[in-house]
Design a protein around this ligand. Structure first.
Ligand SMILES: [Zn+2]
Length: 74
């Protein structure tokens, strides 16, 4: 199974979060949802997990260093 990435640097946040999570899709979705809840004050809901799943990128897309932020989709 291909590894996937959730990159917090991609989104604006109060703390300019630099966390990147890479692993198998289910692991990443779970870790990213727990992170969004504990660090960013989101509610860990099935909808949030679905949204995170949609935002995942291939692990190969990882680049070290700063990254341009995108506006958080509504
Ligand atoms: Zn974060």
């Amino acid at each position: 199974m291909a590894r996937r990435m959730a990159d917090c640097r991609r989104w604006p946040s109060e703390s300019s979060c630099s966390l990147v999570i890479i692993g198998e899709e289910d692991e990443v979705v779970r870790a990213a949802a727990e992170h969004a809840a504990s660090v960013h004050g989101h509610e860990d809901t099935p909808q949030l997990r679905e949204q995170i799943r949609d935002f995942l990128e291939p692990a190969e897309a990882y680049v070290p260093g700063p990254r341009a932020q995108e506006p958080l989709p509504g």
